[in-house]
Design a binder for this molecule. Sequence first.
Ligand code: IDP
Ligand code: MG
Length: 154
Amino acid sequence: MQTSLILIKPDGVQRRLVGRILTRFEEKGLQIVGARFMCIPLETAEQHYAAHKERPFYPGLVAYMTSSPVLALALRGKNSIAVIRKMLGATFGSQAEPGTIRGDFAISDGYNLVHASDSPEAAEKELELFFPEGTVEFDMRDTPWVYDVGSDLR
Ligand code: IDP
Ligand code: MG
């Protein structure tokens, strides 16, 4: 089981796609263990994208991410980090496959609607950044139907 940090970015909020994007994660069988509607403080955005600091798009990226609220989510599931990255599709909306979230809803390269952690190490750091008080652990009653408990969750 893994928990991933997702951000429905400012364009997702402004384009009223929050519900549709969240629905796709719920329908997949992922469990919401954290949700926070927030304006990202400048320092948090800079820290979150620190790996891209030297890239030419970095100032625009930080401006975009702090321009309007986001919905931060912590989503839990088996292999959820890789599963969610696949659901997002390629980084650029113009290149993402149809059937993925970016492929279906985004045509922009930078304004690509959703962020998701790309590794367990990134997820740990990002969850600490956006959910410093931790996530909400609880049992989902449908687990025996979402998973083959005997093999998936062994
Ligand atoms: P990811 O979000 O798929 O992990 P990254 O390469 O980590 O993609 O880039 C972080 C974010 O920076 C992207 O989601 C996108 O919003 C923005 N970005 C990445 N590359 C470019 C670019 O070449 N032009 C404009 N924005 C970009
Ligand atoms: Mg990335």
